[in-house]
Every structure is written in structure tokens, then in C-alpha cells.
Design a protein around this ligand. Structure first.
Ligand code: URA
Length: 275
């Protein structure tokens, strides 16, 4: 038939794309990126994050040379992140960071959610499909479990009170294709932004969700051993915990997660008493 060849070719092209991992539409219309690059158009503006302007004190820029060496993505990340003196500026700096390939495959820059005045800052791994669509961290099934877990100890990302609030971000602000683990180079070039993010929020303590976050912030994996043990990073107390996505797959581990939540609650109480 007349249509056989084009249909077959189209199906083959589609199968090839699926095999490459392009199994999901990220826009309503296709984008010819080659034509766009040729016309040297600016990329579409990133959606603004939903995080609220909270009581974040101004933080002086880190005195780093503003040199930007495109062969040195980590150095450029440090310079850009260090120059950001507010969360909005850090968000913009990330949006302008062009070295991470993940950005090109993602629909949204997922910066943060919650109250930047919170005493507790949660650092997850990376946005998944739902987060990529909504532009906010932890909004899918794992995020709903995370909300329930922290609600059980009186913490809520929507709270306006620092003592009952949460602030949530991820190591990676862009969704990796097919939710694959990040490459070490990707973590290395995005870590300066996470470090600056922590400095700007200045929480009392950090909670690291899962192995990727522990790898990035502590240089260690093995969440089964790390979870529930207080450690330190960036001068702050850090509590590693099982990732809620892991808990969805392994409900029996919720017992340990509950113990960790109680440990966190006790630490927050002591911290409040000591102030
Ligand atoms: N898992 C994460 O680590 N972060 C998210 O934002 C969503 C799922």
C-alpha cells in the first residue's frame, strides 16, 4: 500500500526513540532544537519556583573570581552559585547554567518547595515525572508519603511557622531520563548550587533522603547503615533516612523510618530547648 513505507519508517523511528529512552512527550508540540540553535534563540524561560519568600537573611556572596571557564563546569557552578545572594538569584543562576545535559531533557527546573525559614531542610535525589511536570519536588507518590511521614511528627511544608515547617530540595534540579541515577560528573557540577542553597536557607539541620543524597553530601553510600545515625555536613547536623520511594517498595522498612522520625523530633525538641 501507498502508506506502508512511511508508516513503517515512522514506527521504526518511534521504536528507536523509545529504545533510546525518549518514552514520554515533554511538550505539546515538537521542538526543532537544531533550527532553534541555528537561529540562536533564547531557550524558553523556566517556570518560577513555588517556594515562598521567607525570612531568609541576606548572605554575602562567596568571594570567588567571576571567571567562567566553559571547560570547567564545576568552577563555573561555584562562581555562579557563590555570587547568588538570595534564593531567587540562586534559582536564576541554575536556570542559566548550561553545562548539565539533564537540563535539555527536562521540562522544568525543580528548585524547592516549602518554607525557607524552616528549621529542617530535606535534600532528596532528583525530580521524577510528576515533579518534572509540576516544577516542585516530592509531589508524586513518594512525595505524598514524605508529607505523611513528616506530618506524623508535626512538620509540614506548608507551615508558616519555622518550628513546624519544612523546606525541600533535591541534589539534581532536573529530571534524569528514565529516572536513572545521576552520573558523578552531574553531581559534582550541581553540588555547589546545593551547598549555596543550604547556606542561604541556613536550617538547623539537614535530612538526606536516600543513597544519592548521601553520596553527594557525605561522600558515602549504604543507606541501610547510614540511616538513623547523626553525622555532619556543611557544619550542620545531618540525619540520613530511607528514601520514601524505597519505603513504597519495602513497606517493612517503615519501622526504621518511624524510629528515625522520632529521633529527628527529639533532636528538634532539644535544639529548641537549648536556644
Ligand atoms: N524523589 C526525589 O528524590 N525527589 C523528588 O523530588 C521526587 C522523588
Amino acid at each position: 500500500m501507498e502508506h506502508d513505507v512511511p508508516t513503517k519508517a515512522l514506527l521504526a523511528a518511534l521504536e528507536y526513540q523509545i529504545a533510546l529512552g525518549a518514552d514520554e512527550a515533554i511538550g505539546l508540540a515538537p521542538v526543532d532544537r537544531l533550527a532553534r540553535a541555528a537561529a540562536s534563540e533564547q531557550p524558553a524561560p523556566e517556570p518560577r519556583p513555588r517556594h515562598r519568600a521567607g525570612p531568609v537573611t541576606a548572605v554575602a556572596p562567596v568571594p570567588l573570581p567571576p571567571v567562567v571557564d566553559s571547560a570547567d563546569p564545576v568552577g563555573e557552578a561555584r562562581a555562579l552559585a557563590g555570587a547568588a545572594t538570595s534564593l531567587a538569584a540562586l534559582n536564576d543562576a541554575l536556570a542559566g547554567f548550561e553545562h548539565c545535559e539533564l537540563k535539555r531533557g527536562a521540562r522544568s527546573l525543580v528548585f524547592a518547595d516549602g518554607n525557607p525559614g524552616a528549621r529542617v531542610m530535606i535534600i532528596g535525589e532528583a525530580p521524577g515525572r510528576d515533579e518534572d511536570i509540576e516544577g516542585r519536588p516530592f509531589v508524586g507518590r513518594a512525595g505524598q508519603l514524605l508529607d505523611r511521614m513528616f506530618a506524623a511528627i508535626g512538620l509540614d511544608r506548608l507551615s508558616d511557622l519555622p518550628e513546624s515547617a519544612l523546606y525541600i530540595t533535591n541534589i539534581l534540579p532536573w529530571r534524569p531520563p528514565q529516572n536513572r541515577d545521576p552520573e558523578p560528573e552531574e553531581i559534582a557540577m550541581l553540588k555547589p548550587f546545593v551547598e549555596r542553597h543550604v547556606a542561604l536557607v541556613a536550617p538547623r539541620l539537614l535530612v538526606l533522603m536516600g543513597n544519592i543524597s548521601c553520596q553527594a553530601m557525605l561522600g558515602r553510600r549504604g543507606i541501610t547503615r547510614l540511616r538513623g545515625q547523626w553525622t555532619e555536613a556543611l557544619g550542620l547536623p545531618v540525619l540520613p533516612m530511607f528514601h520514601p520511594a524505597y519505603l513504597l517498595r519495602n513497606p517493612a522498612a517503615k519501622r526504621e523510618a518511624w524510629a528515625d522520625l522520632l529521633e529527628l523530633k527529639a533532636r528538634l525538641r532539644k535544639d529548641a530547648e537549648g536556644r
